[in-house]
Design a protein around this ligand. Structure first.
Ligand SMILES: NC(=O)c1ccc[n+]([C@@H]2O[C@H](COP(=O)([O-])OP(=O)(O)OC[C@H]3O[C@@H](n4cnc5c(N)ncnc54)[C@H](OP(=O)(O)O)[C@@H]3O)[C@@H](O)[C@H]2O)c1
Length: 316
């Protein structure tokens, strides 16, 4: 059995998952990293290994498929003999009005962000129990606490993930496992490059990427990763990130009808085109021009630094 703690991280080929893995490595963990894209995962795993502190095992696979999730946990046990931390981070995001979303969009969101949390968690729990305990971090979203306009499949799936993570936290403590529900607002992970857009794809891509680039609204992703890992290792039940998300979650808890009315008003400012076009990843949407590049410099730099390769698996 490895003498060092071992962390399994899903969705670690880029963005926040890559940064959470890096943070855990810097805190002395060996790593088992996962994502669907073998090439993308290999690039991130090589950088993590290159830091020279941890052993890194890359296990490509789709966590929404139970057999893949079991294989991920089995590979960790076979190589290291233990799992101390599980980070259920893998996610996708589809942006567009509810009327442009189709049933498969909801299925895709639920598959990754509900089943893709549940399968690795259920596979890892008996291992942690046998070892006397462990830490689980479930990365949800402010969209799992209140609705985010033009993100309905995401909102529904993240609400399911919040319910699962909070429910498990209540029950797993008695056998030494803590579950931390991460509820981040916007973080600059560079994700608009691999987010999926429907309806008026250019306009949806524009507002989403601009919001992602506003420093007061979105948070530096490295700081976010550090805070999430610290909270997880301390066994905190919940961590809400970004001041805007904290205000929104509190207000929604106190006055849900008011937040829903405010969000409905915000929704009227978003693009009106409801045509259900096939979703397109951000890197394939034509950028509107130089002014846009200038305003979204922070997001583009994050995409370069956090391995946002143009490898998002095509949805249905
Ligand atoms: N960025 C934000 O502002 C923000 C805000 C709140 C919450 N979050 C949440 O934070 C998490 C990470 O976000 P991010 O911005 O870093 O996203 P990202 O850059 O798009 O990264 C998503 C990761 O998940 C992997 N993935 C997707 N589907 C998968 C599947 N079925 N099985 C295994 N891996 C899968 C992706 O790799 P492959 O495509 O190769 O599988 C990739 O490594 C997500 O859960 C997201 O919802 C993000």
């Amino acid at each position: 059995m490895s003498s060092r703690p071992v962390a399994v991280i899903t969705g670690a080929s880029r963005g926040l998952g890559f940064l959470l893995a890096r943070e855990l490595a810097d805190r002395g963990h060996d790593l088992v990293v996962n994502a669907r894209s073998e090439d993308g995962l290999a690039i991130s795993a090589a950088e993590l290994q290159g830091r020279g502190v941890s052993e890194v095992l890359a296990v490509p696979g789709d966590v929404s498929v139970e057999a893949d999730a079991r294989r991920l946990v089995a590979a960790a046990c076979e190589r290291f003999g233990r799992i101390d931390v599980l980070v259920a981070n893998a996610g996708i995001i589809q942006v567009g009005p509810a009327s442009a979303m189709r049933v498969p969009d909801y299925a895709d969101a639920m598959n990754v962000m509900f089943w893709g949390v549940l399968h690795p968690t259920l596979a890892a729990l008996p291992v942690m129990r046998e070892l006397g305990g462990g830490r689980i971090l479930v990365v949800t979203s402010v969209g799992g606490k209140l609705p985010a306009p033009h993100l309905l499949p995401y909102t529904a799936a993240k609400h399911a993930a919040v319910g699962f993570a909070e429910g498990l936290q209540v029950e797993a403590g008695r056998y030494g496992v803590t579950v931390t529900t991460a509820v981040p607002g916007l973080m600059r992970t560079g994700s608009p490059r691999n987010a999926f857009f429907t309806g008026d794809r250019v306009a949806e891509h524009r507002w989403f990427t601009l919001a992602d680039s506003i420093p007061l609204l979105s948070m530096d992703a490295e700081r976010a990763a550090a805070k999430l890992v610290r909270a997880t290792l301390r066994g905190r039940p919940e961590v809400v990130l970004t001041p805007a998300a904290k205000i929104a979650v509190r207000l929604h808890g106190l006055a849900p009808a008011t937040t829903l009315r405010l969000l409905a008003a915000a929704n009227r400012l978003l693009p009106a085109d409801e045509t259900p076009r096939p979703v397109q990843p951000g890197h394939a949407v034509a950028p509107p021009g130089r002014w846009f590049d200038t305003l979204t410099g922070l997001t583009r730099r994050a995409a370069q630094r956090y391995h946002q390769h143009d490898d998002s698996a095509a949805p249905r």
